[in-house]
Structure formats: C-alpha cells, structure tokens
Write a protein that binds this ligand. Structure first.
Ligand SMILES: NC(=O)c1ccc[n+]([C@@H]2O[C@H](COP(=O)([O-])OP(=O)(O)OC[C@H]3O[C@@H](n4cnc5c(N)ncnc54)[C@H](OP(=O)(O)O)[C@@H]3O)[C@@H](O)[C@H]2O)c1
Length: 431
C-alpha cells in the first residue's frame, strides 16, 4: 500500500513523505524530476533515478540524497512506495512494472503500449498485491481525460468516445489545410520541428492512436480491446486537393479515433475523416489533442490541450503520483470483473466521401455510378473542380449514409478500373 502522511509510523525514520523512484530519465522523466523538486510541502520524496548508462544523466539540480542507479533490482528492493515508469516500450518496462506491483509498490506510467496491451492484467495484478496502477499520461499527454473518466465522469454510463489523439497527424493535416502544401512537405516540416519521428509509421498509419483508443475504451467504456483488433486507416494518401473538396462540403480532414458501444459490440476505428470545419474536431489545430465523451446522463464533454511534450506529460504523471500519495487511490474502481470483452467491429454507418484520381476519358462517371447502383448505394453529390490536367484529374463522389460493410464490396469492384490512377480514397463524413 502507498504510505500516506496519516499512516506513517510516528518516529519512523521513513518520515511521512511518500517515497518515489523514477525509472527513465528522458524527456518526461527529467521534467517529472523537476516538478517533484518544486513540491515544497514535503509529501513526496524522490529516492532513486534509474537509467541505463546513468552516469551521463546526472544533474546537479537533483537533490544530493537521490540515488542514481542502473541497477533495477536496487530500486525494486528499496522501500520506495511508488515507481514511476518512463522508459517506454514493452520490454523491459513490462517486467519492471510487474515486479514492482508484485512487491506491493504502486506504479505510475505514461506508457501507452504497455497499458494498451497489458492494462487489464496489470490492474488485476495491482489489486492482488494491494498496489495501484495509474496511467493518466498515457493518452493525450497532459490533457486530464483519463483522470476525468476515473473521477468526474465515473457516475455516468459512457457509450461513445472520439478523439484527435495523435498530435503528429493533426500537425500534418492542419498544416496541409492551412498552407495547401503536399503531404510529403508537411511530413518533412513535422519531422524538422520534432513533431514526427524519422520513421513516423506508427503515427501516420494509426498504430499510436489505436493504442490510445484501446486505453480510453478500457477506462471509459470498460471494454477490453486489443489495439490490433481496431482497424486503422493511414493518413498518407490525404493531399492538398482533398482539403479543397472538403471545403466545398463545409468540412476539413482530421485523423479521428472513435469507439461506440452498440449492444454487445464495440464499433471502433482510427483514420482520416471529414469533419465540419466549425465543429470541435474541425477547429483543433497543430499538435493539440481533443477527446469528446458521450454519456447517457451527462451528455457530451470535451477535453482539449497539449497531447505531448515533456512538461505537460510530466504534470499528468506527477498528478497521478499525488493522487496516490494522498490516498485517493485506495478505494479503487478497477474491478476486472466489470470489464467486458465485446466483439470489435468497424461497421459504422456514415455518409462517405470518395475521391478519385483518373485519366480522363468518356464514361467514367457512368461506370462508377453503375457500380454504386449495383451495390444499392445512393450518390449524394458529385464534385469536380476545374483547372486540373486531364491526365490526372481528381474528383469526388459523396454517398448518402450506409454501413462500412455495404460500401466495401463496391470499393473492391472499383479497384481494378483502368482509368483509375490511384486507389479511391474513402473518407467517412462525420457531421
Ligand atoms: N515525450 C512525450 O511527449 C510523451 C507524451 C506522452 C507519453 N509519453 C510516454 O512517456 C514515456 C517516456 O517518454 P520520453 O519521451 O521521456 O522518452 P525518452 O526521452 O526516450 O526517455 C526514455 C528514457 O528511458 C531510458 N531507457 C530506455 N530504455 C531503457 C532501458 N531498457 N533501460 C534503462 N533505461 C532505458 C532512456 O535512456 P537513453 O537516454 O539511453 O535512451 C531515456 O533516458 C514513454 O512511454 C512515452 O510513450 C511521452
């Protein structure tokens, strides 16, 4: 159990402070140490900083009594009450967290991969050993959406969560929107500014966002979801012309992660979508995150802010530590028995925007209309902006609402058409 001031033994040489060990002294770990150093009420005491090759990490602003170490056993065998895991990745983070929980230490982590894959098991392990696991920074960085789900919204029955959960994608898409630069240029800019890694596949192809969606589904919808079971569509084919057509429809494009409970099924998906330009999602610029929740009683709620960065993320981490240290985590809500394991489907029903790039020739629209009619899909509008070369002509067909599963066979039938220069880009319209 986490020791709190009122539980400390009088005269104990531990003192009344909650003892905190930091595992990982990188971008977030460093900011966490700084924020812990600013806590002046003596309720938290940093005892250890663990990192590989720790010598090069040492800082003279860290209190002298803190032990710098590259020996994880010395941390796990110490009398620290809380271990903060900030090395990231699955291995060796998972083993360290498991061992900490098994020894009765509570754990605070910002590690989305770990929680998305092992969250329910680790929560169970924590409960068995009378310890606690907090992961408020693992989704949306500094935006306190997970703490809100844990406390402010826990009385509601949430049925839907949707969000802009990946700042890299949002930076790129809002940059294309505002400057009409090609996708490749926006990506290079994001990499130059440090918003995207050299290999940005996890971000662009939706892997990062669906791990976060899995955590939100667990915390908010009490649904156990593996990230791999959530369909992720890449943002790579989205280009400047798509924003021109989106604007014609009063929309812009954002990578949206959404999960919705429908009876025993959880509809879940990540990918680029058309959203109204004046909607909450449409207004999110740069690398900010936004999460919207829908509850049976409380209706819709919105959480907006910095989804990444050392300082905002460290605030979320230290807030979790303070939550535990104050003893608020003792009456925990996680009971693995209450978590369901729903069927996962991406069969949302929405209107659709289909963008084609074709080599112009007579009969193209007739052929596409024929395929759509054969699959009982209704065209809502057809948009073709002037000024493009006939050798590479973009145009858009929007469809009236239908299910994803009703649309896929039609897209399959369109995939082999000889006039198509690129695969059809198919975007849900969320209005
Ligand atoms: N940065 C953000 O904005 C942000 C936002 C939300 C969540 N998070 C999450 O927070 C966690 C930390 O992120 P970060 O940005 O601080 O990462 P980071 O800058 O790469 O820091 C990780 C630290 O852990 C150390 N480390 C990594 N593997 C290790 C191992 N096997 N043994 C010992 N030390 C090891 C690294 O040492 P080296 O210096 O030797 O590599 C580094 O000091 C991750 O789970 C991340 O997903 C980060």
């Amino acid at each position: 159990m986490v020791k709190i001031a009122s539980e400390a033994q009088p005269g104990s040489d531990r003192g009344s402070a909650c003892r905190v060990a930091l595992v990982g002294f990188g971008t977030v770990g460093r900011a966490v140490a700084q924020i812990l150093g600013e806590q002046r009420d003596g309720s938290l005491r940093l005892t250890h900083i663990f990192n590989r090759n720790v010598q090069r990490k040492k800082q003279d602003w860290v209190p002298r009594e803190v032990i710098w170490t590259e020996d994880i056993d010395s941390v796990l065998n110490s009398d620290a009450d809380i271990l903060i895991e900030l090395i990231g990745g699955l291995h060796p983070a998972e083993q360290m967290v498991r061992r900490a929980l098994e020894s009765g230490k509570s754990v605070v982590t910002a590690n989305k991969q770990l929680i998305a894959r092992c969250g329910p098991d680790l929560l169970k392990l924590a409960a068995i050993h009378g310890a606690h696991l907090e992961f408020g920074a693992s989704v949306a960085g500094g935006v306190p959406v997970l703490p809100a789900l844990r406390t402010g919204l826990c009385a509601d029955r949430l049925h839907g969560i949707a969000g802009i959960l990946n700042g890299t994608c949002n930076y790129i898409l809002s940059r294309i929107e505002n400057a009409r630069v090609p996708f490749s240029e926006a990506l290079e800019e994001a990499q130059a500014k440090g918003y995207a890694e050299a290999d940005a596949s996890e971000d662009l192809d939706g892997g990062d966002a669906r791990a976060k969606l899995a955590i939100l589904a667990l915390a908010g919808l009490r649904a156990r979801v593996t990230p791999e079971s959530v369909r992720a569509r890449t943002i790579r084919p989205v280009d400047a012309v798509d924003f021109d057509y989106a604007a014609e429809l009063g929309c812009t494009i954002r990578q949206i992660s959404r999960a919705e409970l429908k009876g025993e099924t959880l509809l879940a998906e990540v990918g680029p979508c058309l959203v109204a330009v004046d909607s909450p999602f449409g207004r999110v610029q740069r690398n900010l995150n936004l999460v919207l929740t829908s509850g049976q009683h409380g209706g819709d709620m919105a959480f907006l802010g910095a989804g990444a960065g050392g300082d905002p993320t460290a605030v979320a981490v230290v807030s979790d530590v303070m939550f535990l240290a104050e003893g608020l985590g003792r009456k925990k809500r996680e009971s693995s028995g209450l978590v369901s394991t729903p069927d996962i489907s991406c069969d949302f029903e929405t209107a659709w925007c289909l963008r084609f790039f074709v080599r112009d020739q007579p009969g193209i629209v007739a052929r596409l209309a024929e395929i759509l009619a054969a699959h009982h899909l209704n065209i809502d509008s057809l948009l073709q902006k002037p000024g493009f070369e006939k050798s590479s002509l973009p145009f858009v067909i929007t469809l009236e609402p239908c299910k994803d599963s009703e649309l896929r066979p039609a897209l399959q039938a369109m995939s082999g058409l000889d006039f198509a220069l690129r695969p059809c880009l198919c975007l849900p319209i969320l209005l």
